[in-house]
Ligand binder design. Structure first.
Ligand code: FES
Length: 69
């Protein structure tokens, strides 16, 4: 599904870049060599970035720490 019509970016394309965008909505656009035009997609992309960061933080918290010897 297209998320950004102006830049022809789909949800799949955006999801594939979330790890490299390091929690930044602007970096998502930059990773595709573009930037928001009309801006209508920005809240959706921002939400995707936030959800990705929350999931990544949750997954990191679930990693058991090694016991110090
Ligand atoms: S829909 Fe993404 S900038 Fe217009």
């Amino acid at each position: 599904m297209y998320i950004c019509i102006c830049n022809a970016l789909t949800d799949k394309q955006i999801r594939s870049m979330l790890g490299e965008a390091a929690g930044s909505t602007a970096k998502v656009y930059a990773s595709f060599g573009c930037r928001p035009q009309c801006g209508k997609c920005v809240p959706y992309v921002r939400n995707m970035v936030r959800q990705h960061c929350a999931c990544a933080a949750e997954a990191e918290a679930e990693v058991p720490l090694m016991a110090a010897e």
